[in-house]
Design a protein. Structure first.
Length: 255
């Protein structure tokens, strides 16, 4: 049985990480969502749109349909299901790692549950390590919230990956894994999603977040980062509001 290796501050085990990641430390700020335990009501679960549903209902799917026809439905489903599984595992790894490196939770536990019994876990860990090293290490200055349930009045609800201070700016931080590098025109919905989470977090916790940080890693292990701010932030907030209104109108019309 391997002996545990402890961090320099003696607060958490670190032997499950490569050496260049072992002493990452994130500062906790419990003045916001880390100090609350919010759960949606049954009514909210039933009636509020999620950002993913809004984006799905209002997105152009012609490119996706062409790809499905090109590779065949069986292969397309296999690729999609594989990517979904890798994405869920990578998110679990990153969520638990951020909590561990901020001395919040999982201090004596591994960053993934039963990794040896999950086929895609080793690969998901490799992708997560890239985001930790290139996207969060020495950049994430404070952690305000991790996997928080959010809502905005009677309009929409969602779960945000990470909220905190990133390179000096309060930010919504989103993790994505993709099969190949992405051009900006292929990630517009991700930018809209970050903006809507920012609106909800600001509404719930009286913050003034106006920056989104999209951290992506490809299955070829290439890292990409996109920062949404300024007038672009405003643009994508308005984009989500417009698309949400369309969904609400269609729902009410068909009720």
């Amino acid at each position: 049985m391997k002996k545990n290796v402890w961090s320099e501050d003696k607060k958490r085990t670190i032997n499950m990480y490569p050496k260049h990641l072992q002493e990452i430390t994130f500062k906790l700020n419990t003045n916001f969502s880390l100090n609350t335990h919010f759960y949606w009501s049954d009514e909210q679960k039933k009636n509020l749109f999620s950002p993913s549903r809004v984006l799905n209902l209002t997105s152009d799917k012609s490119g996706l349909e062409r790809w499905r026809k090109k590779v065949g439905m069986k292969e397309a489903n296999r690729i999609v299901n594989y990517s979904i599984d890798v994405g869920k595992l990578m998110h679990e790894y990153l969520e638990r790692s951020v909590k561990k490196f901020s001395n919040y939770q999982y201090l004596n536990q591994p960053p993934m549950v039963s990794a040896n019994r999950r086929d895609n876990a080793p690969f998901a860990v490799e992708l997560g390590e890239i985001i930790l090293e290139k996207g969060l290490k020495d950049k994430l200055e404070e952690v305000w919230g991790i996997e928080n349930k959010l809502y905005f009045a009677e309009h929409f609800k969602g779960i945000v990956d990470l909220v905190g201070v990133y390179e000096g700016q309060p930010s919504i931080i989103d993790f994505k894994q993709k099969r190949s590098p992405q051009k900006k025109e292929y990630i517009l919905d991700y930018l809209t999603q970050m903006a809507c989470y920012g609106m909800a977090y600001n509404w719930m916790y009286k913050t003034n977040i106006r920056q989104g940080v999209l951290l992506m890693v490809t299955h070829e292990k290439k890292f990409q980062r996109y920062i949404l701010k300024g007038q672009e932030w405003n643009h994508f907030c308005l984009d989500f509001i417009k698309r949400l209104k369309k969904c609400i109108k269609e729902r009410d019309t068909n009720a």
